[in-house]
Design a protein around this ligand. Structure first.
Ligand code: SD4
Length: 330
């Protein structure tokens, strides 16, 4: 893997417990886990992960929990108005609506998700609120929006004017292609982030505006626990990016974690998941999918169908942008 150094940092019971905010649990478990020589690590997809990891590291450096770190981290990407594939600057569906998907999962297998959420600035925090304040895992569409409004989440008018302009242009030029939107692999796609904190807790978050010009109602892998993200604190964590339909078909992130459970390294697990995707599809045209994983030892894996996937890796030594291995060239 080729590495590029970017930043250096200074050293720095189901039922009821499901309803208990993780921040409260932090204080309870902290002292027992501290000072055991655990080396924290944050990984996230694509180069927008560099800024997101930097933010997430602020929490990790203060002995905070991975679940808080990943939420804070991916919010940076969601707030970036220049990002066309995540959050408020995201591209719309073919009817001009920006519908956002996100999920989050912590070290106790608590999880929350939202899908098809429109006009809310931080879907990841709504997913976190679903996890912390409801008995459910996933809210979608109008229900998710109502939940967010009830909890006073910040609203935003989407698409942004500049995105709308791009959309209008695309609509004019592609009227005939509505049934088969083309995935844009030049775009730096979904952010999936997985992290291990100083207490050895694993957590992850995933957030996206999905496939540009998707069919109205379409939801990809990103908000689906087990597809776009999966965490098992006994084993490891994985997240995915790329063509969501293909990732869902093999329960991608769950598959990676299960492969690690059965002895594969994170790298072997990501490669096997990609091989499985390739085996299940006869036509691989434009079918880019990638997985990113860590295990409890802090070992890292990343692999994609096509060349070009990279990820940000942050440890006490700083942040690298790392080119992942791949099965084939475009
Ligand atoms: C989706 N997986 O909605 C997301 C999009 C993405 O690289 O990650 N693109 O299918």
């Amino acid at each position: 893997m080729e590495r590029r150094r970017f930043f250096k940092f200074g050293a720095v019971g189901l039922g009821l417990s499901l309803l208990k905010p993780t921040s409260l649990m932090a204080a309870e478990s902290k002292s027992k886990d501290e000072d055991q020589g655990i080396e924290p690590i944050i990984l996230s997809t694509w180069n927008h992960g560099i800024a997101a990891n930097q933010k997430a590291w602020e929490t990790i450096a203060k002995n905070g929990l991975a679940i808080d770190a990943v939420e804070q981290g991916v919010k940076v990407t969601e707030a970036d108005v220049s990002n066309r594939s995540v959050g408020i600057g995201g591209m719309p569906d073919r009817d001009g609506h920006v519908t956002l998907d996100a999920c989050i999962m912590d070290h106790q297998s608590r999880c929350g998700a939202v899908a098809y959420l429109e006009g809310i600035a931080h879907p990841i925090s709504v997913a976190r609120a679903v996890m912390d304040h409801t008995q459910h895992v996933m809210l979608v569409g109008a229900g998710a929006k109502q939940f967010a409004l009830d909890r006073q989440f910040k609203t935003i008018k989407t698409p942004l004017p500049e995105v709308k302009k791009e959309y209008e242009k695309w609509k004019k030029e592609n009227a005939a292609k509505f049934e088969k939107p083309v995935i844009n692999h030049e775009n730096h796609d979904t952010i999936g982030m997985i992290a291990m904190d100083r207490h050895g807790n694993l957590s992850g978050a995933c957030t996206t505006s999905g496939w540009a010009y998707k069919m109205p109602g379409r939801v990809g892998d990103s908000p689906i626990i087990g597809a776009g993200l999966f965490v098992d604190n006994e084993v490891g964590a994985a997240c995915a990016t790329g063509l969501g339909e293909a990732i869902i078909r093999i329960a991608g992130s769950s598959t990676v974690v299960e492969l690690m459970r059965h002895g594969k390294t994170p790298q072997e697990a990501c490669e096997e998941a990609v091989r499985r995707i390739i085996a299940k599809h006869q036509d691989l045209t434009g079918l880019q999918c990638a997985f990113l994983a860590i295990n409890k030892k802090g070992e890292v894996g990343a692999y994609s169908v096509y060349e070009g996937f990279n990820f940000a890796k942050t440890t006490v030594k700083g942040t690298d942008l790392v080119d992942a291995g791949f099965n084939r060239k475009w």
